[in-house]
Design a protein around this ligand. Structure first.
Ligand SMILES: NC(=O)c1ccc[n+]([C@@H]2O[C@H](COP(=O)([O-])OP(=O)(O)OC[C@H]3O[C@@H](n4cnc5c(N)ncnc54)[C@H](O)[C@@H]3O)[C@@H](O)[C@H]2O)c1
Length: 313
């Protein structure tokens, strides 16, 4: 198979590109190395996969480049590129979210259609749900994002479904729930927590610590993407991809302290606008359509992540 991975230098995209190459596929990675976090970290993310003759990297911006040429001959596109993060999506930051998440996705869909690509898998997000009325959330629940970031991820997801319904483009949207593992973005809570635990620096905790998240190990997310290639999945499908271990932040802090072997000191801050109290998903649809289930328990995934962060320092 010849696949395109957008956002290939990012946290999830780099893992996906590696796994595709490892199983024998040829991959074109596209990334414009936005400066949302250290560009050197993104370069490091793609270093290993770049050694393969089956991987090529196009340093191109989805908002402006000639996507039809880049997509020509591709069997599938894994659209992982985006502007992530809830907190900076307010105020003037919103423009970047509209650009990188909505406008770029619309260009990806138009070009995929023009190039005759067989499947587009879109990296959607649990943030489309906001604070739900009941848990676990299922895809039948009305999405009510709590942040501007969630609004842009939902808008792009709707675009995927529109291109499927109106033009028959075979899109599949996967709603990821808090993904963690080696190379996790430096702005994400697990990464900051593990770094604090290892260095002894206080961990900035926003809110009470009783907020619950459904944590998903990155290899499980990659596995769902690979299974989303199955041709029988209906075009326009949307499904949750969640790790099944929902835990309070305070429980995770204790778990990390145990793994590292020292207590974590907390630097408490008020809850941030856009943060939800709970995420917890049903993955019945992903199991039915993809035959997918999460395999990596939180304790195991966190242990691997701690080792990776340790290896970086
Ligand atoms: N990490 C999570 O927990 C999580 C949860 C839900 C959804 N997602 C979604 O998964 C995707 C990947 O997230 P991540 O955590 O790996 O983020 P990331 O920031 O590490 O990776 C995204 C990559 O996309 C690239 N990019 C952004 N805009 C681009 C553009 N216009 N053209 C080309 N490249 C561009 C960036 O340079 C970056 O390398 C994002 O779409 C995000 O919204 C992530």
């Amino acid at each position: 198979m010849y696949a395109v991975v957008t956002g290939a230098a990012g946290f999830i995209g780099s893992h996906l590109a590696e796994q595709l190459v490892a199983r024998g596929d040829s991959v074109l990675g596209i990334d414009c190395f936005t400066n949302y976090y250290d560009v050197a970290a993104k370069r490091a993310n793609v270093r290993r996969v770049s050694a393969s003759a089956r991987f090529e990297l196009a340093e191109s911006d989805l908002r402006t480049c000639d996507l039809v040429s880049l997509f020509s001959g591709a069997d599938a596109i894994f659209h992982q590129a985006g502007q992530p993060g809830v907190r900076s999506s307010w105020s003037d930051g919103f423009r970047d979210y509209v650009d990188h998440n909505v406008l770029a996705t619309q260009r990806v869909l138009e070009a995929a259609l023009a190039a005759g690509v067989g499947r587009v898998v879109y990296a959607s997000s649990s943030s489309v749900y906001g604070n739900a009325l009941a848990y676990p959330v299922s895809e039948a629940d009305l999405p009510r994002p709590e942040s501007p970031y969630g609004v842009t991820k939902l808008a792009a997801e709707h675009l995927c479904s529109l291109y499927a319904a109106n033009y028959g483009l075979s899109t599949v949207s996967l709603r990821y729930f808090t993904v963690y593992g080696p190379r996790q973005r430096p702005d994400m809570a697990f990464r900051r927590l593990v770094e604090s635990a290892l260095t002894g620096q206080p961990f900035p905790l926003y809110g009470t610590g009783h907020q619950v998240r459904d944590f998903t190990y990155v290899d499980d997310v990659v596995g769902a993407n690979l299974l989303a290639l199955a041709p029988e999945i209906p075009a326009g499908s949307v499904m949750n991809v969640a790790g099944g271990t929902h835990a309070e932040m305070l429980q995770v802090i204790d778990l990390v302290a145990d793994l590292v072997g020292r207590p974590v000191s907390l630097d408490r801050h008020p809850r941030q606008a856009g943060d939800v109290d709970r995420t917890e998903a049903s993955v019945k649809r992903a199991t039915a359509l993809l035959g997918w289930q999460p395999e990596v328990p939180l304790s195991e995934g966190l242990s691997t992540m701690v080792e990776w962060v340790r290896s970086q320092s």
